[in-house]
Ligand binder design. Structure first.
Ligand SMILES: C[S@@+](CC[C@H](N)C(=O)[O-])C[C@H]1O[C@@H](n2cnc3c(N)ncnc32)[C@H](O)[C@@H]1O
Length: 281
């Protein structure tokens, strides 16, 4: 595997359930060869970026039901320089007052480039990098009090823009996003996890969240793709419910540290499952 070894190939967002810690395990378990890559819960895109930097991807279909994320990836793909200029001109600093001004502007703006730039600022400066909206679909994450949050560099934006040139970006449910996957393609599912307990309950990724019925629907899609000869890998939390849903597939339990927890200071190691329908484990 020849790596592009490019320090700029990294996510521009911190995302709940971001896969950076699990990457070595995920990479070890991807199929040797595949055609189109599908990532229908794209979030911060950690695995996509990593596979691309290892020259493992020719083309990809990525999707997320979060419209702000969709808008972010479309903007980075189509208008990277405009976004870099917008980030340069934002002028918001790392304090409470600026953060809340930025949040207000984000909620009132309909300009995709402006919204993307502010979303990046809010993601880096807001509490735990969370994305959460209220019942009016307004972003409502409080200020994060980070000492040195930093912002993505122009090179980081440009590198991601290069990756996205070979991606189809969708704003759709996972079922629609993988509809055309066929034999030899590779799908990676990283759904919002099942809560392990009430205190770790966190499904506020979008307005609708993701419930047990969605988990069942996902396992049905996993089975249908398997029948078509598509390679499928999924990460999920290690609960009896999930293990039961994926009975008969390869299940491997790994220790992972969630990078976003409902209680910011309590980041206990948790067990996650890597599920595949092929025999590499
Ligand atoms: C665990 S996160 C993915 C994290 C990502 N792998 C990363 O490295 O950052 C799950 C994502 O699924 C999205 N999502 C929730 N319900 C969905 C659905 N029904 N179809 C597609 N995406 C959905 C959320 O908006 C969220 O971005």
């Amino acid at each position: 595997m020849e790596s592009l070894l490019n320090e700029y190939y990294k996510p521009v967002l911190k995302w709940a359930g971001g896969k950076r810690q699990l990457l070595p395990v995920l990479l070890k378990n991807i199929p040797d060869k595949f055609n189109t890559y599908y990532e229908p819960f794209i979030g911060g895109a950690a695995l996509l970026i990593s596979l691309y930097s290892l020259n493992r991807i020719k083309d990809a279909i990525i999707s997320d039901t979060n419209t702000d994320l969709y808008n972010l990836y479309k903007t980075i793909r189509e208008n990277p320089q405009q976004l870099i200029d917008e980030l340069d001109n934002l002028g918001f600093r790392n304090n409470k007052e600026d953060y809340y001004k930025a949040r207000e502007l984000f909620n009132s703006s309909s300009n995709p480039v402006e919204r993307t730039a502010i979303l990046i600022y809010l993601n880096r400066h807001g509490y735990n990098g969370l994305y959460r909206v209220n019942s009016h679909n307004e972003f409502n994450v409080p200020f994060g009090k980070y000492t040195n949050p930093g912002m993505p560099s122009p090179e980081n934006i440009m590198a991601l823009s290069r990756i996205l040139q070979s991606c189809t970006v969708m704003n759709a449910d996972f079922g629609i996003a993988v509809k055309n996957a066929s034999k030899g393609d590779f799908v990676y599912f990283d759904p919002p996890y099942m809560p392990l307990s009430r205190t770790s309950y966190f499904t506020g990724y979008t307005h609708s969240g993701f419930n047990e019925r969605d988990q069942e629907r996902l396992s049905e899609t996993f089975r249908e793709l398997s029948k078509k000869g598509v390679y499928v890998m999924e990460s999920n939390s290690s609960t009896e419910f999930i293990k039961e849903l994926y009975k008969g597939f390869n299940l491997v339990e790994v220790d992972a540290r969630r990078n976003i927890n409902s209680v910011g200071t309590k980041r206990d190691p948790v067990k996650e499952l890597i599920i595949t329908n092929y025999g590499v484990l």
